[in-house]
Ligand binder design. Structure first.
Ligand code: PXG
Length: 292
């Protein structure tokens, strides 16, 4: 891959020169917020929603972004143009910026902002045709009263611990429960189940999940396809007896789940209604995009 042009604090610089301070609190403390965004067919998928979520995350951690949402939107689009990204992946990061070795954010006068627009390594097609096996992991999702999981923060250790536990158990993704034992989401994906009569169920964000942008898209597609879309607390029992299951995320799009904690779902095959929703998602991604 040739060198990328990185938007860093208002200027485009070659990847080799895109450097930030070792005193940046994004690095020292995970103090910052980010977005992962897809580009499809020369459009940026749900850019407004991603920018909105970024500013909400920043607002909650009292991080004032020194750029308007419109300027940020333009910086993302220009990053795609400069790197000839038509189908790819965009990482947008805002950190607290450079400070001293104490954790006090008041000592960080200027946030660091950077945008990487690059290619994406897609999941193998087999993941979509054969489906995923999931396991429930021991690490619980962060308490909403400590670091609220609705903030897309740079502090991903909670999810990383869970990912390692999933891998250790031989699964690619792990199901995370909240402190009360309810199912909330996976380490980097939201989770859905389908029951008979086209009932689509997913945990509400207040239980401890990120409000995934792919999640909302799938909910809208399902509603338009005659599903009853229900946000309500789910437990592991609900998952084990579901007719179908799938996960959603920017990287995964929507992926069928065929086994949970050793229990087969739909006889160990991707379900037909899941297939229908995934096909509709894939056929409509460009409809949700902002032209580059
Ligand atoms: N839950 C969590 C905890 C996430 O991190 C999602 C749900 C899905 O949200 P979206 O808006 O993407 O539909 C995410 C997003 C990666 C990667 O490299 C993962 C995410 C974002 C960017 C990169 O695995 N997860």
């Amino acid at each position: 891959m040739s060198s990328l042009s990185i938007w860093l604090d208002g200027k485009f610089v070659p990847e080799e020169d895109a450097k930030i301070s070792i005193f940046d609190h994004g690095l020292l403390y995970g103090d910052g917020v980010f977005e992962g965004i897809r580009a499809y067919g020369g459009t940026v998928f749900k850019l407004k929603e991603h920018i909105d979520r970024l500013y909400k995350s920043a607002r909650v951690i009292k991080l004032k972004i020194p750029l308007s949402p419109d300027e940020m939107t333009e910086a993302v689009l220009e990053s795609c143009r400069r790197n000839q990204v038509e189908n790819g992946y965009i990482r947008l990061v805002v950190t607290r910026g450079r400070g001293d070795l104490g954790l006090d954010p008041q000592k960080c006068p200027k946030p660091t902002i950077f945008i990487i627009a690059a290619d994406i390594e897609l999941y193998p097609e087999e993941a979509y045709t054969k489906g995923l096996k999931l396991v429930t992991v021991p690490t619980r999702r962060n308490l909403a009263e400590s670091v609220n999981p609705r903030i897309k923060s740079l502090n991903y250790l909670n999810n990383i611990m869970a990912k390692m536990e999933a891998h250790q158990a031989g699964a690619k993704e792990g199901i995370m429960l909240n402190d009360q034992g309810y199912v909330v989401e996976c380490t980097g994906d939201n989770i859905f189940i389908i029951e008979s009569l086209k009932k689509l169920r997913t945990p509400p964000p207040y239980m401890g999940a990120l409000e995934g942008i792919t999640r909302q898209t799938l909910m809208d597609i399902a509603e338009a396809s005659g599903f009853d879309v229900i946000e309500e607390p789910l437990n592991r029992y609900d998952l084990y007896v579901a007719d179908e299951c799938f996960v959603t995320g920017t990287a995964a799009e929507a992926l069928p789940v065929i086994e949970i904690d050793g229990r087969e779902i739909n006889g160990g095959k991707p379900g037909p209604l899941t297939r229908e929703l995934i096909d509709k998602f894939r056929n409509s991604v460009c409809d949700y995009g902002t032209p580059i």
